[in-house]
Design a protein around this ligand. Structure first.
Ligand code: PHE
Length: 347
Protein backbone atom coordinates (compact mmCIF):
# COMPACT_ATOMS: atom_id res chain seq x y z
CA UNK A 1 0.00 0.00 0.00
CA UNK A 2 2.81 2.39 0.79
CA UNK A 3 4.27 1.90 -2.67
CA UNK A 4 0.89 2.67 -4.15
CA UNK A 5 0.79 5.89 -2.13
CA UNK A 6 4.22 6.84 -3.41
CA UNK A 7 3.38 6.24 -7.07
CA UNK A 8 0.08 8.02 -6.61
CA UNK A 9 1.98 10.93 -5.10
CA UNK A 10 4.37 11.26 -8.02
CA UNK A 11 1.66 10.88 -10.59
CA UNK A 12 -0.66 13.36 -8.84
CA UNK A 13 1.99 16.04 -8.34
CA UNK A 14 3.04 15.72 -11.99
CA UNK A 15 -0.57 16.16 -13.14
CA UNK A 16 -1.09 19.18 -10.89
CA UNK A 17 2.04 20.74 -12.34
CA UNK A 18 0.79 20.12 -15.87
CA UNK A 19 -2.72 21.52 -15.40
CA UNK A 20 -3.13 24.35 -17.93
CA UNK A 21 -6.20 26.14 -16.60
CA UNK A 22 -8.43 26.53 -13.57
CA UNK A 23 -11.06 24.16 -14.90
CA UNK A 24 -8.60 21.31 -15.50
CA UNK A 25 -7.27 21.88 -11.97
CA UNK A 26 -10.79 21.71 -10.52
CA UNK A 27 -11.47 18.36 -12.23
CA UNK A 28 -8.15 16.99 -11.01
CA UNK A 29 -8.82 18.16 -7.45
CA UNK A 30 -12.12 16.35 -7.41
CA UNK A 31 -10.54 13.19 -8.74
CA UNK A 32 -7.82 13.22 -6.07
CA UNK A 33 -9.37 14.80 -3.01
CA UNK A 34 -13.12 14.69 -3.65
CA UNK A 35 -15.56 12.61 -1.61
CA UNK A 36 -15.20 9.84 -4.11
CA UNK A 37 -11.57 10.59 -4.96
CA UNK A 38 -8.56 8.27 -4.58
CA UNK A 39 -7.45 9.50 -1.17
CA UNK A 40 -10.92 8.95 0.28
CA UNK A 41 -10.93 5.54 -1.30
CA UNK A 42 -7.61 4.63 0.33
CA UNK A 43 -8.71 5.93 3.74
CA UNK A 44 -11.96 3.99 3.46
CA UNK A 45 -10.05 0.81 2.69
CA UNK A 46 -7.83 0.96 5.81
CA UNK A 47 -10.02 -1.31 7.97
CA UNK A 48 -9.60 -4.05 5.37
CA UNK A 49 -5.79 -3.91 5.53
CA UNK A 50 -3.65 -6.18 7.67
CA UNK A 51 -3.28 -4.69 11.15
CA UNK A 52 0.41 -3.72 10.77
CA UNK A 53 -0.13 -1.67 7.60
CA UNK A 54 -3.05 0.35 8.87
CA UNK A 55 -1.21 3.00 10.84
CA UNK A 56 1.39 3.90 8.20
CA UNK A 57 -1.17 3.86 5.42
CA UNK A 58 -3.40 6.21 7.39
CA UNK A 59 -0.57 8.59 8.09
CA UNK A 60 0.78 8.39 4.56
CA UNK A 61 -2.62 9.02 3.03
CA UNK A 62 -3.31 12.03 5.26
CA UNK A 63 0.14 13.45 4.62
CA UNK A 64 -0.36 13.04 0.90
CA UNK A 65 -3.74 14.73 1.19
CA UNK A 66 -2.12 17.75 2.81
CA UNK A 67 0.64 17.83 0.27
CA UNK A 68 -1.79 17.69 -2.66
CA UNK A 69 -4.01 20.39 -1.14
CA UNK A 70 -1.04 22.66 -0.93
CA UNK A 71 0.25 21.83 -4.41
CA UNK A 72 -3.19 22.49 -5.90
CA UNK A 73 -3.50 25.75 -3.94
CA UNK A 74 -0.23 27.15 -5.19
CA UNK A 75 -0.87 25.95 -8.73
CA UNK A 76 -4.25 27.76 -8.63
CA UNK A 77 -2.55 30.97 -7.53
CA UNK A 78 -0.06 30.61 -10.38
CA UNK A 79 -2.79 30.09 -12.97
CA UNK A 80 -4.77 33.10 -11.67
CA UNK A 81 -1.74 35.27 -11.87
CA UNK A 82 -0.98 34.09 -15.42
CA UNK A 83 -4.56 34.90 -16.40
CA UNK A 84 -4.30 38.44 -15.05
CA UNK A 85 -0.98 38.84 -16.81
CA UNK A 86 -2.51 37.70 -20.12
CA UNK A 87 -5.43 40.13 -19.75
CA UNK A 88 -3.01 42.89 -18.94
CA UNK A 89 -1.16 42.13 -22.16
CA UNK A 90 -4.37 42.40 -24.14
CA UNK A 91 -5.63 38.85 -23.75
CA UNK A 92 -5.77 38.23 -27.48
CA UNK A 93 -7.30 41.64 -28.13
CA UNK A 94 -5.95 43.18 -31.31
CA UNK A 95 -6.12 46.97 -31.07
CA UNK A 96 -5.22 47.34 -34.75
CA UNK A 97 -8.49 45.73 -35.94
CA UNK A 98 -11.23 48.17 -37.04
CA UNK A 99 -14.02 48.60 -34.46
CA UNK A 100 -17.32 46.74 -34.82
CA UNK A 101 -19.82 49.11 -36.44
CA UNK A 102 -22.67 49.90 -34.04
CA UNK A 103 -26.21 49.46 -35.41
CA UNK A 104 -27.35 52.85 -36.60
CA UNK A 105 -30.84 54.24 -36.32
CA UNK A 106 -32.39 56.40 -39.00
CA UNK A 107 -35.07 58.96 -39.57
CA UNK A 108 -38.57 57.71 -40.24
CA UNK A 109 -39.57 58.34 -43.87
CA UNK A 110 -42.30 60.69 -42.61
CA UNK A 111 -39.69 62.69 -40.69
CA UNK A 112 -37.49 62.85 -43.78
CA UNK A 113 -40.25 64.31 -45.96
CA UNK A 114 -41.56 66.56 -43.17
CA UNK A 115 -38.11 68.11 -42.81
CA UNK A 116 -37.94 68.61 -46.56
CA UNK A 117 -41.31 70.39 -46.52
CA UNK A 118 -40.23 72.49 -43.53
CA UNK A 119 -37.03 73.51 -45.34
CA UNK A 120 -39.01 74.62 -48.39
CA UNK A 121 -41.41 76.73 -46.32
CA UNK A 122 -38.79 78.24 -44.04
CA UNK A 123 -36.92 79.31 -47.18
CA UNK A 124 -40.09 81.26 -48.04
CA UNK A 125 -40.10 82.96 -44.64
CA UNK A 126 -42.56 80.68 -42.89
CA UNK A 127 -42.38 79.84 -39.20
CA UNK A 128 -42.95 76.20 -38.20
CA UNK A 129 -45.52 75.80 -35.42
CA UNK A 130 -46.55 72.91 -33.23
CA UNK A 131 -49.90 72.27 -31.57
CA UNK A 132 -51.43 69.79 -29.15
CA UNK A 133 -52.60 66.41 -30.46
CA UNK A 134 -55.19 66.20 -27.69
CA UNK A 135 -57.19 69.28 -28.51
CA UNK A 136 -60.22 71.19 -27.28
CA UNK A 137 -63.35 70.84 -29.37
CA UNK A 138 -63.29 74.63 -29.48
CA UNK A 139 -60.07 74.73 -31.52
CA UNK A 140 -60.66 71.62 -33.58
CA UNK A 141 -64.22 72.57 -34.57
CA UNK A 142 -66.03 75.53 -33.05
CA UNK A 143 -63.54 78.32 -33.73
CA UNK A 144 -63.17 76.87 -37.24
CA UNK A 145 -66.81 77.61 -37.96
CA UNK A 146 -68.05 74.14 -37.12
CA UNK A 147 -70.58 74.60 -34.31
CA UNK A 148 -71.70 71.70 -32.14
CA UNK A 149 -74.25 69.57 -34.06
CA UNK A 150 -73.13 70.97 -37.40
CA UNK A 151 -73.52 68.21 -40.01
CA UNK A 152 -69.98 68.73 -41.35
CA UNK A 153 -68.64 67.06 -38.19
CA UNK A 154 -69.77 63.87 -39.83
CA UNK A 155 -67.07 64.41 -42.46
CA UNK A 156 -64.44 63.62 -39.88
CA UNK A 157 -65.05 60.72 -37.52
CA UNK A 158 -63.74 62.00 -34.25
CA UNK A 159 -62.19 60.23 -31.30
CA UNK A 160 -63.75 62.02 -28.33
CA UNK A 161 -61.77 61.92 -25.10
CA UNK A 162 -64.53 62.63 -22.60
CA UNK A 163 -68.27 62.16 -22.22
CA UNK A 164 -69.04 65.85 -22.63
CA UNK A 165 -67.09 65.90 -25.92
CA UNK A 166 -65.05 68.96 -24.98
CA UNK A 167 -61.73 67.22 -25.59
CA UNK A 168 -60.89 65.43 -28.85
CA UNK A 169 -57.95 63.83 -30.58
CA UNK A 170 -57.45 66.50 -33.23
CA UNK A 171 -58.90 65.36 -36.55
CA UNK A 172 -56.88 67.92 -38.51
CA UNK A 173 -54.00 70.35 -38.03
CA UNK A 174 -56.37 73.30 -38.66
CA UNK A 175 -56.80 74.07 -34.91
CA UNK A 176 -53.23 75.40 -35.02
CA UNK A 177 -54.60 78.16 -37.28
CA UNK A 178 -56.60 79.49 -34.33
CA UNK A 179 -53.71 79.07 -31.90
CA UNK A 180 -51.47 80.98 -34.32
CA UNK A 181 -53.97 83.85 -34.59
CA UNK A 182 -54.21 84.03 -30.79
CA UNK A 183 -50.44 84.41 -30.43
CA UNK A 184 -48.96 86.05 -33.48
CA UNK A 185 -49.19 89.55 -34.86
CA UNK A 186 -50.14 89.85 -38.55
CA UNK A 187 -48.72 89.78 -41.11
CA UNK A 188 -47.44 86.21 -40.58
CA UNK A 189 -46.82 83.00 -42.48
CA UNK A 190 -46.81 79.68 -40.65
CA UNK A 191 -46.98 75.98 -41.28
CA UNK A 192 -47.94 73.39 -38.68
CA UNK A 193 -47.02 69.80 -39.45
CA UNK A 194 -48.30 67.12 -37.12
CA UNK A 195 -50.18 63.98 -36.28
CA UNK A 196 -53.94 63.80 -36.60
CA UNK A 197 -56.45 61.11 -35.72
CA UNK A 198 -59.70 59.84 -37.17
CA UNK A 199 -61.93 57.02 -36.13
CA UNK A 200 -61.90 55.31 -39.50
CA UNK A 201 -61.96 51.80 -40.86
CA UNK A 202 -58.32 51.05 -41.77
CA UNK A 203 -57.28 49.93 -45.23
CA UNK A 204 -54.40 50.51 -47.65
CA UNK A 205 -55.19 54.23 -47.89
CA UNK A 206 -56.78 54.95 -44.49
CA UNK A 207 -55.17 55.01 -41.06
CA UNK A 208 -56.56 56.17 -37.71
CA UNK A 209 -53.29 58.07 -37.20
CA UNK A 210 -51.81 60.09 -40.03
CA UNK A 211 -50.02 63.37 -40.69
CA UNK A 212 -50.94 66.72 -42.14
CA UNK A 213 -49.19 69.97 -42.85
CA UNK A 214 -51.29 73.04 -42.23
CA UNK A 215 -50.45 76.37 -43.77
CA UNK A 216 -51.75 79.80 -42.81
CA UNK A 217 -50.87 83.22 -44.13
CA UNK A 218 -52.57 86.31 -42.70
CA UNK A 219 -52.03 89.90 -43.73
CA UNK A 220 -53.46 92.73 -45.78
CA UNK A 221 -54.39 92.06 -49.41
CA UNK A 222 -53.72 88.34 -49.31
CA UNK A 223 -55.42 86.76 -52.32
CA UNK A 224 -56.04 83.44 -54.04
CA UNK A 225 -53.07 84.10 -56.34
CA UNK A 226 -50.73 84.03 -53.34
CA UNK A 227 -52.18 80.70 -52.34
CA UNK A 228 -51.76 79.02 -55.72
CA UNK A 229 -48.27 80.48 -56.19
CA UNK A 230 -47.21 79.09 -52.83
CA UNK A 231 -48.55 75.60 -53.44
CA UNK A 232 -47.03 75.50 -56.94
CA UNK A 233 -43.71 76.55 -55.52
CA UNK A 234 -43.91 73.75 -52.94
CA UNK A 235 -44.69 71.13 -55.57
CA UNK A 236 -41.97 72.35 -57.94
CA UNK A 237 -39.43 72.06 -55.15
CA UNK A 238 -40.66 68.64 -54.03
CA UNK A 239 -40.77 67.09 -57.51
CA UNK A 240 -38.00 69.22 -58.97
CA UNK A 241 -40.02 70.31 -62.00
CA UNK A 242 -42.99 72.38 -63.06
CA UNK A 243 -46.22 70.39 -62.69
CA UNK A 244 -49.64 71.38 -63.96
CA UNK A 245 -52.14 72.17 -61.18
CA UNK A 246 -55.85 72.94 -60.99
CA UNK A 247 -58.32 74.34 -58.49
CA UNK A 248 -61.78 72.87 -58.06
CA UNK A 249 -64.44 74.19 -55.72
CA UNK A 250 -64.26 72.39 -52.38
CA UNK A 251 -66.17 72.67 -49.13
CA UNK A 252 -64.39 73.30 -45.84
CA UNK A 253 -66.32 75.29 -43.23
CA UNK A 254 -63.35 77.51 -42.36
CA UNK A 255 -62.53 78.79 -45.85
CA UNK A 256 -64.53 80.78 -48.40
CA UNK A 257 -64.03 80.33 -51.26
CA UNK A 258 -62.74 76.81 -50.62
CA UNK A 259 -60.86 74.65 -53.10
CA UNK A 260 -59.51 71.24 -53.80
CA UNK A 261 -56.03 71.68 -55.21
CA UNK A 262 -54.99 68.95 -57.66
CA UNK A 263 -51.63 68.31 -59.26
CA UNK A 264 -50.88 66.48 -62.50
CA UNK A 265 -49.55 63.01 -61.69
CA UNK A 266 -45.74 63.22 -61.68
CA UNK A 267 -45.45 59.49 -62.46
CA UNK A 268 -47.38 59.00 -65.69
CA UNK A 269 -48.78 60.56 -68.86
CA UNK A 270 -52.01 58.67 -69.20
CA UNK A 271 -52.99 57.09 -65.90
CA UNK A 272 -51.29 54.85 -63.35
CA UNK A 273 -51.82 53.26 -59.95
CA UNK A 274 -50.72 56.36 -58.03
CA UNK A 275 -53.33 58.63 -59.67
CA UNK A 276 -56.00 55.89 -59.92
CA UNK A 277 -55.87 56.19 -63.72
CA UNK A 278 -57.05 59.84 -63.63
CA UNK A 279 -53.66 61.59 -64.24
CA UNK A 280 -54.61 63.98 -61.40
CA UNK A 281 -53.70 63.68 -57.74
CA UNK A 282 -55.78 65.42 -55.10
CA UNK A 283 -53.10 67.26 -53.22
CA UNK A 284 -54.88 69.36 -50.62
CA UNK A 285 -57.82 71.35 -49.35
CA UNK A 286 -57.35 75.09 -49.24
CA UNK A 287 -59.03 78.44 -49.56
CA UNK A 288 -59.38 81.96 -48.22
CA UNK A 289 -59.84 82.10 -44.45
CA UNK A 290 -63.49 82.70 -43.48
CA UNK A 291 -63.90 86.17 -41.92
CA UNK A 292 -65.67 84.60 -38.93
CA UNK A 293 -62.63 82.37 -38.34
CA UNK A 294 -60.38 85.45 -38.30
CA UNK A 295 -62.86 87.02 -35.85
CA UNK A 296 -62.68 83.99 -33.57
CA UNK A 297 -58.90 83.65 -33.75
CA UNK A 298 -58.15 87.35 -33.13
CA UNK A 299 -61.01 87.98 -30.71
CA UNK A 300 -59.97 90.15 -27.78
CA UNK A 301 -56.82 91.33 -29.56
CA UNK A 302 -56.71 95.10 -29.34
CA UNK A 303 -53.52 95.24 -31.37
CA UNK A 304 -55.19 93.64 -34.40
CA UNK A 305 -57.74 95.22 -36.76
CA UNK A 306 -59.46 92.15 -38.20
CA UNK A 307 -61.43 94.18 -40.73
CA UNK A 308 -58.20 94.92 -42.63
CA UNK A 309 -57.05 91.30 -42.73
CA UNK A 310 -57.43 88.49 -45.20
CA UNK A 311 -55.62 85.18 -45.33
CA UNK A 312 -55.28 81.84 -47.03
CA UNK A 313 -55.00 78.39 -45.51
CA UNK A 314 -54.22 74.95 -46.80
CA UNK A 315 -53.85 71.47 -45.37
CA UNK A 316 -52.27 68.50 -47.08
CA UNK A 317 -51.58 64.91 -46.11
CA UNK A 318 -47.95 64.14 -45.45
CA UNK A 319 -48.38 60.36 -45.56
CA UNK A 320 -49.60 60.46 -49.15
CA UNK A 321 -46.59 62.54 -50.12
CA UNK A 322 -44.25 60.07 -48.42
CA UNK A 323 -45.95 57.19 -50.21
CA UNK A 324 -45.53 58.95 -53.55
CA UNK A 325 -41.92 59.81 -52.83
CA UNK A 326 -40.88 56.29 -51.83
CA UNK A 327 -43.36 54.21 -53.86
CA UNK A 328 -45.11 52.80 -50.78
CA UNK A 329 -48.50 51.28 -51.59
CA UNK A 330 -49.97 50.64 -48.13
CA UNK A 331 -50.30 53.48 -45.62
CA UNK A 332 -50.45 51.00 -42.72
CA UNK A 333 -46.72 50.36 -43.16
CA UNK A 334 -45.92 53.89 -42.04
CA UNK A 335 -47.12 53.58 -38.44
CA UNK A 336 -46.69 49.79 -38.27
CA UNK A 337 -43.28 49.95 -36.59
CA UNK A 338 -41.85 47.03 -38.57
CA UNK A 339 -38.07 47.52 -38.80
CA UNK A 340 -37.87 45.45 -41.99
CA UNK A 341 -39.98 48.16 -43.59
CA UNK A 342 -38.25 51.14 -41.97
CA UNK A 343 -34.74 49.93 -42.79
CA UNK A 344 -35.54 50.33 -46.47
CA UNK A 345 -35.42 54.11 -46.08
CA UNK A 346 -32.00 54.77 -44.59
CA UNK A 347 -31.02 58.33 -43.98
N1 PHE B 1 -58.30 70.54 -42.50
C1 PHE B 1 -58.78 70.13 -43.81
C2 PHE B 1 -58.90 68.61 -43.83
O1 PHE B 1 -58.36 67.97 -42.96
C3 PHE B 1 -57.89 70.60 -44.92
C4 PHE B 1 -57.88 72.09 -45.08
C5 PHE B 1 -56.97 72.87 -44.38
C6 PHE B 1 -58.76 72.69 -45.95
C7 PHE B 1 -56.97 74.24 -44.55
C8 PHE B 1 -58.76 74.06 -46.11
C9 PHE B 1 -57.86 74.82 -45.43
O2 PHE B 1 -59.50 68.04 -44.70
Amino acid sequence: MLERLESLRQDALARVAEATDAEALRVLEKELLGKEGVISEILAAIPTLPQEERRDTGRGANALKGELLEAIGSKRALLDEALVEALRDGGGFDPTLPPATPARGGLHPITQVRREVEAIFTSMGYEVLDGPEVELDYYNFQALNVPVDHPSRELQDTFYCDDSHTVVMRTQTSPVQIRAMERLKPPFRVIAPGRVFRNEEQDATHEHTFHQVEGLVVGEDIQVGHLTWTLRRLLNELFERELEVRLRPGYFPFVEPGFEFDVRCPFCEDGCRVCSQTTWIEFCGCGMVQPCVLEAGFSGREDVDVSKLTGFAFGFGLDRLVMMRFGIDDIRNLMGGDLRFLEQFPC
